[in-house]
Design a protein around this ligand. Structure first.
Ligand SMILES: Nc1ncnc2c1ncn2[C@@H]1O[C@H](COP(=O)(O)OP(=O)(O)OP(=O)(O)O)[C@@H](O)[C@H]1O
Ligand SMILES: CC(C)(CO)[C@@H](O)C(=O)NCCC(=O)O
Length: 402
């Protein structure tokens, strides 16, 4: 577990915080958790002349559509294989009890929490037995889509391209967002054509995804954590193991079919002829080749699906990416190469939390106001550095109907 990180985040809590609306995305590798909390310690924004404290301390402002509440959205993750740590966390913070009737939200049933991902089925009995919690299941693809639509519409500077080591933030035109392809790279990969709010179709998928990178990487490099594997890949050189076009063509390009001498002709192909044992390769180089192989493959399949449906925008999410430069660069180059510059790979700052946010959005509080939660991380920090590739917390404003 990322226990130390979780403590960092939870220390931000004060004992008098009002917590409400916990949502979970229980995936094959990771459990993602999102919950909202208002804080009594929170300073009132004096510039808002119609502000007032609600009875629970969160700032609330009346509006003709409902109530605006300032607070924090907390984002945490746990390893699914250590689900007990997640259960202990919920139990120790009493996340399933606290604040359900508070914060000015419509009351939600005590001990029922929204949950998506396969684990909402697999672990339903465990949640019931250990915590007395019933999981209200939200369909996984629909959660990913509502999470992505919400982020793209409500969060400024959410999406960015990654070209030549440079992030370029994309202004989303709300009237020109659809259709797009959402590629969620979790343990496995889902590719979803999104045509509007609640309008989507899962058009493809591949089992060669984040779980493959982490699983093969663990076996081949003996590294102990995903972050170590990523760090290793950063230090490595894939040319040691990958067979390049130049290796086959005597150092020459094969421009007739658009391949430079440095293009990979065969991932891991050099390992065949060299007769070296695994131990004779640097783990860094192995990690690099592996990351390149998987990112390239996903980029290529994504492009083919975009082509299939004439989609120009491809958004990549899921915790495989982790804001990692080399991963994003490889995916971007693959999409650019195959589409001859026609399609664009874009990444999301809250990449890993689409499903959990989607499940959170499923609470009735946002039913009438689908775009009404505004994440305002920029109030407290530079939005351009405020990625959520790990646990984190962001200031936000929630509109609740009551
Ligand atoms: N700390 C971590 N521990 C394990 N995997 C991690 C970690 N950080 C990033 N990853 C990567 O993220 C992937 C899981 O991503 P994500 O949480 O989006 O999917 P998931 O919901 O678990 O999977 P699925 O949707 O297929 O059930 C892992 O397979 C791994 O590649
Ligand atoms: C099975 C899910 C949807 C579970 O999240 C995911 O792991 C996935 O999309 N896997 C790829 C399966 C396939 O389409 O081949």
């Amino acid at each position: 577990m990322e226990g130390d990180r979780i403590e960092e985040v939870t220390l931000v809590h004060s004992p008098v915080d009002e917590i409400s609306h916990l949502a979970l995305d229980i995936g094959g590798s990771l459990i993602k958790m999102v919950y909202f909390s208002t804080s009594r310690e929170q300073p009132i924004d004096k510039t808002q002349n119609n502000s007032s404290r609600d009875s629970h301390g969160g700032v609330s402002r009346g509006s003709k559509d409902g109530r605006l509440l300032n607070g924090r959205l907390y984002f945490l993750k746990f390893e699914t294989s250590k689900i007990n740590e997640c259960l202990d966390f919920i139990s120790s913070k009493q996340l399933h009890y606290r604040g359900h009737q508070h914060c000015g939200f419509p009351a939600s049933d005590k001990n029922i929490i929204k949950a998506t991902g396969g684990g909402a089925f697999k672990f339903a009995d465990l949640f019931k037995e250990k915590l007395g919690i019933s999981l209200d299941k939200v369909e996984e693809m629909s959660s990913l889509v509502s999470g992505a639509n919400f982020l793209l519409k409500a969060v400024p500077s959410e999406a960015f391209t990654y070209v030549n080591g440079q992030r370029n933030y994309v202004q989303i035109d709300h009237n020109d967002l659809y259709p797009y392809l959402l590629v969620n790279i979790g343990s496995g990969v889902s590719m979803i054509k999104v045509d509007g709010d609640g309008k989507y179709e899962r058009v493809s998928g591949t089992s060669v995804g984040g779980g493959t990178f982490w699983g093969l990487g663990k076996l081949l490099t003996k590294c102990k954590s995903f972050d170590d594997l990523l760090e290793m890949s950063h230090q490595g050189n894939n040319r040691v193991i990958d067979m390049l076009v130049g290796d086959i063509y005597g150092g020459m390009d094969y421009l007739k079919i658009g391949l430079s001498s440095t293009a990979i002709a065969s991932s891991f192909g050099k390992a065949v002829s060299e007769n070296r044992e695994l131990e004779e390769y640097r783990p860094e180089d192995v990690a690099r080749s592996l990351l390149r192989m998987i990112s390239n493959n996903i980029g290529q399949i994504a492009y083919l699906n975009a082509l299939r449906f004439g989609l120009k925008k491809i958004f990549f999410g899921g915790f495989f990416i982790r804001g990692h430069a080399y991963t994003m660069d490889t995916i971007s180059v693959a999409v650019d190469f195959w589409s001859k510059g026609e399609a664009k790979a874009m990444f999301l700052r809250h990449e890993g939390f689409l499903g959990a946010l989607g499940a959170f959005m499923n609470y009735q509080l946002v039913e009438e106001f689908p775009d009404s939660i505004r994440l305002m991380g920029e109030k407290t920090r530079d939005p351009l550095v405020g990625d959520l590739t790990d646990n984190g917390v962001i200031e936000c404003c929630v509109q609740a109907s009551n």
